[in-house]
Write a protein that binds this ligand. Sequence first.
Ligand code: BMX
Ligand code: ZN
Length: 308
Amino acid sequence: MTICLAVDIGGTKLAAALIEMDATSSLSSSRMSAPRIVARHLAETRSSGDPQVLTATLTELLGPLAASADYVAVASTGIIDHGVLTALNPHNLGGLDRFPLQSVIADITGLPVYLINDAQAAAWAEYLAYEQSFADLAFITVSTGVGAGLVLNHQLITGARGIAGHAGHMLADPQGPTCGCGRRGCVEAIASGRAIAAAGQAVFGTDCSGLQVYQRYLQGDAQAQAIIELSAAAVAELIANLTITLDLDAIVIGGGVGLAENYIALVEQALARMPALYRPQVLPARCHTDAGLIGVAQWAAAHSQAQQ
Ligand code: BMX
Ligand code: ZN
């Protein structure tokens, strides 16, 4: 039995958990038992853009937990390139740029540190939660941003520079709004919680949140419905593009927006207008808010064994 200190760094919160791992688990083993979370801690990620603030928050949160753990596994929003964290969309990460996440956490804990992107981690968690039955799977989270992760031929694809899977930044509408990443018309700029809030504010006033737009949609408001349908249609285009490129067995949808009432049904309606080859199975995420923590813990367990 080994203990993993798992960390999930999101746009607004930082979660840490001690997770008991089955020592016999391996990358290809179907005997891998579900990890058990034995302690859980939360902190806010104040979006100051100041690297010292993030270092201080990590020290406070991880310092006391490190003594109980064998290794650290980190899932973070943004691009993880050889242990360095950079935002693709700086609006989602308080403007942090080239933050040396791996070395900062290694200094705090004195433990081996494994890191991947949050949506990549969640994709791995979903691949395992669906009992490894899909060899080729894409996970899409529609949340603050639109994140994605790819499992191809039973392997999680992270990419040589950690960028692989950032499909939320594929083109949805060349005339669409400019995305926080600098490109115009990304899926994220149309479909994400932030994009829904921005579209809602233009119609309902500046203090309108994404959640309020969604509630108005569920209550039958026609303008809110148009905003949510546009979001779902952009996600459906993304699904079709990934399917025709990668020949996927299934798409798993997660995230606060993705799992909201009727959202997947709207995505399915948009997909139904497309030719059959563009329409994979669309399934809801089985792991909820713990997908990043559990996925990265399982991925790191397999990688640390592979290196031994
Ligand atoms: C953004 C990007 C991705 C992330 C996705 C979902 C940043 C900081 N993040 O596209 O790396 O996976 O958002 O992130 O550039 P979430 O915080 O909405 O889950
Ligand atoms: Zn973008």
